[in-house]
Design a protein around this ligand. Sequence first.
Ligand SMILES: [Zn+2]
Length: 254
Amino acid sequence: MTQDRVVAISSGGLDSTTMVWDLVVNHDTYVHMIGFDYGQRHRRELLAARKTAELLNTRFDLIDLGNLSIFLAESGSSLVSSMDDVPEGHYAEDNMKKTVVPNRNMMMLSIAGAIAVATDATAVYTGVHAGDHFVYPDCRPQFIDLVSRALTVGNEGFGNFGELAIQAPFMHSSKADIALLAMELGYDLRNTWSCYNGGETHCGRCGTCVERLEVVAEAKVRYRNIYQHNYAGPDVQYADTEYWKRVVADANQG
Ligand SMILES: [Zn+2]
């Protein structure tokens, strides 16, 4: 039997990196990793994606949409505008809407879909998860389902899509589920990048840093309960290691 070949949108973050490791290690899939430069200030996440591709001996291609940031910045999205600070605090708060990039997933899924059709890949994989639904409308199941159907209809008679053009294996998983899977896979979490600020170390204060700190802590507890020993792997370094605890406690009270 020939190995299944898929295209995976790979940001270098915890979710897509775990998805790619899982596909390669647990599902014997050939993964063509695709990263996007859309002018994000945390562009260094793409170095993490490239590192993962090296470690897994698989292909990584960077799609350069850098010019788009001129227009995307008009939205006031702090991820692509150097004028606006990345919001700090809990990731489910209203101010996190400032991190929405207009139509980002549609663009990425569409381009990855073209590459998939051109290379006879059976699906496009995306690491969107249930926790994304609060903030990002283009991560919701109904959107992913519609784009999946559009890709199938729009490429009828071409390519090699399976039953679903888009596969989102974490659609109904929490980010803590993903962090636990990452620990079980045993890859080095330092080869991922989450912080929206894109500085030298993770800031520990932006929404995605707070989210990552919270879910990794939760996953460590679950890991210990399942395996009766502590997860021993290292994680990325944070400039502020305490802020998240206050934010999460406030969010849980609120
Ligand atoms: Zn951060």
